[in-house]
Design a protein around this ligand. Structure first.
Ligand code: MN
Length: 381
């Protein structure tokens, strides 16, 4: 049974990070997997915006994307990254094989499913107006928006999903790069695909796309994982940890590369992205790291992103030598700044060190007149 593949935030571009121009091929490999899957299953494809990383993509990226899309029926909306007021990028090829539909304000029926879409709209008022015009028979609405139900913070969202007309069965959205999310709000079902490639170190590394199929008048959904570049993020706070990391990193990244190649990831994308957050107070940290992995960076076996941790300043070199068996007090000193938060530091230290922490809690409550706490039955006296 053929259906529709929905993929979001491809951000097609040669390289992901400007600081690592040699790390290439991630978005192309993601699109390759998506279009291969669509063709193998005779699915149509919907791209949910930010299909290109820039409003003016480089010609090589544009050519490769058009080549990969060729042969599939593709509908798309535009995100804030790739929006063009006149002709949109997936539309520029005059030799397209397969249908190509810019879904902004259009209703189409593919694979028995009625789809409607809107380009990214950052004005809440304008978006609300546009949503009123969603046709009555639209089954899946495609948007590129951050919704209230996921963002939480008032300033961060553009759409309350409750604004989507009730007759819409499903809303599928791009724009959210975080963990895939879906839910139901006031009877409206919605889902984010999540981004197809990593754009920031803070994103989750697992990527996926969604597939909708209509079976006996019901739309069923499936989430399909994408293969991605191995990502290795480590934290090194003490000298002993750095030594361990330096001893183990080469074997670890070689295994990650081998595993990725075994799953069918091309060599260019199988080379791990290694990020290391390390304490700058560790003596000779940079030299030790480079002695361990310098040659592997040099020959392109890994892409290295150093993250010197400046919270630990050289004025406090003792942190580097606390060792692996760190005491509770040392951990507290490290996590809570004694100068900035003296009261919190004192409370947590007292709680950790007291034979009976309840005594500290009671004393604290009295001192701060927190008499109505629901936590205990301690009398305010
Ligand atoms: Mn995006």
């Amino acid at each position: 049974m053929s259906g529709i593949v929905f993929a979001g935030d491809l951000h097609a571009s040669p390289a992901i990070y400007t600081s690592l121009p040699g790390m290439q091929g991630d978005s192309e490999f993601a699109l390759q997997q998506i279009t291969d899957y669509a063709r193998q299953h005779d699915h149509a494809l919907v791209l949910l915006g930010d299909n290109f990383d820039r409003r003016f993509p480089d010609s090589g990226t544009l050519a490769r994307v058009l080549e990969l899309l060729d042969g599939s029926d593709v509908a798309f909306i535009q995100g804030q990254h790739d929006v063009q007021p006149s002709i949109s990028w997936p539309d520029v090829s005059p030799y397209t094989v397969g249908e190509r539909v810019h879904l902004n304000g259009k209703l189409i029926e593919w694979k028995g499913i009625k789809l409607y879409g809107l380009d990214c709209e950052r004005s809440r008022d304008k978006l609300a107006e546009k949503l009123k015009k969603v046709p009555k028979d639209c089954e899946i609405l495609c948007l590129h928006q951050l919704i209230k139900q996921v963002m939480g913070i008032e300033e961060a969202w553009h759409l309350d999903i409750a604004q989507v007309p009730e007759h819409v069965k499903y809303t599928v959205l791009g724009d959210w790069h975080g963990l895939p999310q879906n839910g139901e709000t006031d009877g409206r079902k919605w889902a984010y695909t999540g981004s197809s490639t990593m754009r920031s170190i803070s994103e989750p590394t697992g990527k996926s796309f969604l597939v909708a199929q209509k079976i006996s008048d019901q739309i069923g959904w499936e989430r399909v994982p994408l293969l991605t570049r191995p990502f290795m993020l480590n934290d090194v706070r003490f000298e002993t940890e750095l030594t361990t990391w330096c001893d183990a990193i080469n074997a670890a990244f070689q295994k990650a590369t081998k595993d990725a190649l075994g799953k069918g990831v091309p060599l260019q994308v199988a080379r791990p992205f290694v990020a290391l957050r390390f304490n700058v107070a560790i003596p000779g940290a940079h030299d030790k790291i480079m002695a361990a992995i310098g040659p592997s960076i040099e020959d392109g076996s890994i892409h290295f992103h150093p993250m010197p941790h400046r919270k630990f300043t050289p004025d406090s070199p003792d942190y580097a030598n606390v060792g692996a068996n760190v005491s509770a007090q040392a951990a507290i000193d490290e996590s809570i700044d004694k100068v900035i938060c003296p009261e919190l530091h004192e409370l947590v230290s007292d709680l950790a060190n007291a034979p009976d922490p309840r005594v500290i809690a009671v004393a604290f409550k009295h001192r701060h007149r927190v008499y109505d706490s629901p936590l205990t039955g301690v009398s305010s006296g």
